[in-house]
Design a protein around this ligand. Structure first.
Ligand SMILES: CC(C)(COP(=O)(O)OP(=O)(O)OC[C@H]1O[C@@H](n2cnc3c(N)ncnc32)[C@H](O)[C@@H]1OP(=O)(O)O)[C@@H](O)C(=O)NCCC(=O)NCCS
Length: 282
């Protein structure tokens, strides 16, 4: 069937339509109502809506990451309009946007059993970059841990880079916050340092990246944790408690099985599905 699909930038007035698209396409994953101003007002990105005969049927967001790569997110097509080429139209727009911005690497994530999402990405030349696991804990369920730790914010970009870059190998290249996969790069280390997300405990030699890309009230995210893990988890608990945040989330590569065991022993509940990150290099 030949369908006329048009894509344009989202406008503020599109908020109800975007909320409807998300509610129908991903009823169990809803956050666009809350991040709408952030996404629609992103000066470096492209938040677009797809229309068929004037009806808003899909949306997708192209986001420029701190290291100059692109993150493709919030791709949603209303179920009644799936299979008509809307998702492909978004990917063509993503590739055009990347070319305009001279961006050579794009990534997206999906759950490991979302064959349509993965197949669509593969259709445009994306390939599997990594698989990650996810778990979350109610803040109140986390153990208080040792009291002789002294985490303090690390404000020195160079020192943060020195401490965090070795994670690139041990965490299989990525770290995750709000289900956004960040390549571990010096630019990212600077980005997080400038946003007060890097903490070090001189006593135990531990380092942790804690924070939220958006929706900080929903969950505190552990993007990286190394050194004495109990101490780091106790610090995450303390931060979440002090900030009134009821949940702590973490995603990690399957190879870190010892890390996973510690999370589970500390009150984290695993999600049943793994997540994959797909990558395109132009
Ligand atoms: C994934 C999604 C965006 C695809 O949108 P769409 O408009 O239906 O996609 P299109 O019609 O443009 O393209 C379909 C293509 O997807 C791929 N695809 C679809 N189903 C597939 C499957 N079961 N296995 C492998 N590839 C599949 C194919 O490449 C297909 O092209 P083809 O029909 O020529 O083979 C849509 O299904 C959706 O909104 N799903 C819910 C939200 C979601 O999963 N978002 C993605 C990331 S979280």
């Amino acid at each position: 069937m030949d369908v006329d699909i048009s894509l344009r930038c989202v406008e503020m007035a599109d908020r109800p339509a975007i909320i409807r698209i998300e509610a129908e396409a991903t009823p169990n994953l809803r956050y666009l109502a809350d991040v709408f101003p952030l996404f629609a007002g992103d000066p470096d990105g492209d938040f677009a809506v797809a229309e068929i005969e004037g009806e808003a049927v899909g949306c997708g967001k192209f986001t420029v990451m701190p290291d100059g790569t692109a993150w493709l997110e919030a791709l949603r097509v209303r179920p009644d309009y799936q299979g008509l080429g809307v998702g492909k139209a978004f990917y063509r727009r993503f590739i055009e946007t990347a070319a305009e911005k001279r961006i050579r690497t794009m990534r997206m994530y999906t759950n490991a059993s979302n064959h349509a999402s993965r197949g669509l990405a593969e259709h445009f030349g994306f390939s599997l970059a990594a698989t990650y696991r996810s778990a979350s804990a109610a803040t109140a369920n986390l153990p208080p841990g040792p009291h002789d730790t002294s985490f303090a914010e690390l404000g020195d970009r160079d020192e943060a880079e020195r401490l965090l870059m070795p994670f690139r190998d041990t965490w299989e290249g990525f770290c995750v916050m709000n289900r956004t996969f960040y390549g571990i790069t010096p630019a990212l280390c600077r980005h997080w340092t400038d946003r007060s997300m890097v903490y070090r405990d001189a006593t135990s030699g531990s380092v942790i990246v804690l924070g939220a890309r958006f929706l900080p009230e929903r969950a505190l995210h552990i993007a990286l944790l190394g050194g004495e893990l109990h101490a780091g988890l106790a610090f995450a608990r303390e931060r979440a408690t002090n900030m009134g945040i009821g949940e702590v989330q973490c995603m990690w590569p399957p190879g870190r099985s010892g890390f996973a065991s510690l999370l589970f022993a500390s009150g984290f509940e695993p999600e049943s599905r793994d997540y994959i990150v797909m990558e395109w290099n132009g």
